[in-house]
Design a protein around this ligand. Sequence first.
Ligand code: HMG
Ligand code: MG
Length: 300
Amino acid sequence: MRPQRVQIVEMGPRDGLQNEPKASLEDRIALVNALGDSGLNHIETGSFVSPKWVPQMADADQLFARIQRHDGVVYSALTPNLKGFEAAIAAGADQVAVFASASESFSQKNINCSIIESIERFVPIMTAARERGIKVRGYVSCTLGCPYEGAIAPAKVAEVAKVLFESGCYEISLGDTIGTGTPDKAVAMVEAVAAQVPIGALALHFHDTYGQALANVAACLELGVATVDSAVAGLGGCPYATGASGNLATEDLVYMLNGMGLSHGVDLDKLVQVGNHISQRLGRSNGSKVGLALANRSGQ
Ligand code: HMG
Ligand code: MG
């Protein structure tokens, strides 16, 4: 059943900027601050990954030190291993996220190890997080297709999601990393996962490469999923999935939720300004249709 309230997890500063030409630290700080001002209450702020692998995410410690925190906002970080976890916590991240793939080939390209090795690497993170009372989110990538293997079986997605959930992740975010999914396939995948993991612990993380992300979200909300990842201005993509575009644009998501009468806590006008500003700073066109439409209307 459709939820009354949708929790938006903002990906712009992490999933977005990790695949844009390197943004300055000042622009990254300003983006996180402005997103907090717009009412978003969970912002994935950066990654504590190897700067050789993803230079755009370097200096996450300085980023966390310099953002202006809003009460009640979760500032989380992506962490691939214990080294990343320790650095994230030292920098003041409120939560961390680990990431595994439903595709063996993508796992090798993205984090240089097999799926099972990646899950073994998370065990010390889960232990350390439990000891310190830190919540851990889990991602499964390539849930609706892999750039190297093509179609991925929903049963494989469910298997990886179940392992992450049972290892202690409070929520599993299901990533259509390359954006090839369509609504019926997305629903079938979520249903397969929901047979293994409670639906209330699932989140949708759809990239918009083929313009399907919003349709996929609309279809999956009907199953009762109540958490959706999105990125302001549709920023980004994935450095290890060539051609993948950014996440579903947060402005487009908010506009649709408004139309459906579902609450979310975000001020759309403020968010549109944030999206237009970061797009200008990066010298890219705004990937949000709603952002463009509202900016044209108000002459921004
Ligand atoms: P590796 O080369 O196999 O690991 O990389 P290593 O342990 O041999 O370390 C190599 C170097 O990295 C060493 O430095 C380490 O100290 C350093 P050196 O001795 O060469 O100077 N290192 C680190 N530095 C900073 N922070 C760390 C860290 N760990 C090691 N945490 C590794 C393995 C996982 C580190 C690497 O593959 C990596 O950083 N990968 C990150 C890839 C990434 O961020 N991808 C994008 C995110 S996933 C995604 O976007 C999908 C998602 O959005 C969902 C979806 O859309 O589906 C989540
Ligand atoms: Mg992603």
